[in-house]
Design a protein around this ligand. Structure first.
Ligand code: PLP
Length: 449
């Protein structure tokens, strides 16, 4: 029986990433409030939020300092924009702060409202740059199979997941995908992680050569692939990829929408995973999910070309009404101030060994093939046979069932395609709560067997 609110929900809303065919039976978990790492449904039942919402509520729920930052900005100046010579102090201060934090040389910051818009901007600016540089054929974008970069027409094309392409007439031409750096699933029998990483770098090299280096503009990658399965590339993987990109003068963009702002125990995932990108995309934990805000870093060479194109064309023709919304920027400033004051990133590094030990221990479970992560993020893969890594029939929905059992245990985790389950709690989770999370997940796995 669906609760009254859940019944009204079914009648009125279309939900993103939901099986609309079965939704009428399953309905929604309607959440009403949150505190710390806990959220409460409309019947007052508590759940440990093991996914930080959607990989974003880094500071947990009911953070009064963030609420106050939003309230203060709302009452002072709820809206102005950044178009045509208009600005506001929260955007200026936030851009200054982000320039200090960026792990790559950064000249300017461009704000958006979401991760999808930010990656879409990366694609457009890459094309704009290559037009400015007089290389109009150098436009193709390469991403990972199983990578996730958003849902706009361009970013769904970048995303490497079947649900984002089938029957959507995507990917658009010019968006290509290369091997997923998941050794457990795609490594060959007896292949070491190092040999696997080298093979994937060769695959990328061959793809660029086949397409023609003068047609390939950028490679966009997540430090850890989030929605594709919380997949950790092998050590040294990005060094090999970087060498290929440099060989063919291909721009390297790190999609830090999940890994940015501490998730891996470093400020940005690029630092933890040995990436030296030209630009970063960020969103989510920038405001701890309290307000929608994203953005990208712009390096000096790109900025120079943007200025010269703008001089030629008379305007820089890009931006949305809410990019750099003042309330979102004020909340982001406070979020970063709290990260710094409370040593949140260092706290993740300190808690990570405990979190990862509890995660790895799940690999002993009879239906878990792999359990792996970095910092406070991890993924597990459910298999029918541990020895052969054979998976259950996707129609059986085994991971989805496990996630439902977890919810019944009072834990929110997320199932992903390929019978994978992601764990990504708020960064402020306490060690005892980490134990609660994994105790409950273990019981859910037991019930799934
Ligand atoms: N990039 C990554 C790595 C993401 O995980 C996401 C969303 O989960 C996006 C981009 C898209 O961000 P948004 O949903 O804010 O558009």
């Amino acid at each position: 029986m669906l609760s009254n609110l859940a019944a009204r929900d079914v009648e009125t809303l279309i939900h993103p990433y939901t099986n609309l065919a079965t939704f009428r039976e399953t309905g929604s978990l309607v959440l009403e409030r949150g505190h710390g790492v806990w959220v409460y449904d409309s019947d007052g039942r508590p759940y440990l939020e093991g996914m930080a919402g959607l990989w974003c509520t880094a500071l947990g729920y009911s953070n009064e300092e963030l609420v106050e930052a939003a309230r203060e900005q709302m009452s002072r100046l709820p809206f102005t924009h950044l178009f045509s010579g208009r600005s506001h102090d929260p955007a200026i201060e936030l851009a200054e702060t982000l320039k200090e934090l960026m792990p790559v040389p950064t000249s300017k910051i461009f704000f958006t409202s979401s991760g999808s818009e930010a990656n879409d901007t990366q694609v457009k600016l890459t094309w704009y740059l290559n037009n400015a540089l007089g290389r109009p054929t150098k436009k193709k974008i390469i991403c990972h199979r199983k990578g996730y970069h958003g849902v706009t027409v361009a970013t769904a094309s970048m995303t490497g997941l079947p649900a984002n392409h089938a029957d959507w007439d995507l990917p658009l031409p010019g968006f290509l995908h290369t091997g997923c750096p998941h050794h457990y699933r795609f490594g060959e029998a007896g292949e070491t992680e190092g040999a696997f990483a080298a093979r994937l770098a060769d695959e990328l090299d061959a793809l660029i050569q086949r397409e023609g280096p003068d047609t390939v503009a950028a490679f966009v990658a997540e430090p850890i692939l989030g929605a594709g399965g919380a997949i950790v590339p092998p050590a040294g993987y990005y060094a090999g990829i970087q060498a290929v990109l440099e060989r063919y003068d291909v721009r390297f963009i790190a999609d830090e929408v999940i890994c940015g702002f501490g998730r891996l125990g470093t400020w940005f995932g690029a630092e933890a995973m040995g990436m030296r990108p030209d630009s970063l995309t960020f969103a989510k934990a920038l405001t701890s999910g309290y307000m929608p805000l994203g953005g990208i870093s712009i390096d000096e060479p790109l900025y120079r070309e943007m200025v010269s194109q703008s001089a030629k064309l008379g305007t820089f023709g890009h931006g949305t009404t809410y990019s750099g919304h003042p309330v979102a920027c004020a909340v982001a400033l406070k979020t970063i101030a709290i990260y710094r004051r409370d040593g949140i990133v260092e706290g993740v590094a300190a808690k990570a060994p405990h979190f990862q030990a509890r995660l790895s221990a799940l690999a002993d479970h009879p239906i878990v093939g792999e359990a792996r992560g970095v910092g406070l993020i991890g993924g597990i893969e459910i298999v029918a046979c541990k020895r052969t890594k054979r998976q259950y029939d996707p129609k059986a929905g085994v991971a989805a069932r496990c996630v439902a059992f977890a919810q019944a245990e009072g834990l929110i985790v997320r199932f992903l395609a390929g019978d994978r389950i992601a764990v990504c709690p708020p960064l402020v989770i306490a060690p005892a709560e980490i134990d609660t999370l994994f105790d409950r997940l273990g019981r859910a796995l037991d019930r799934t067997r």
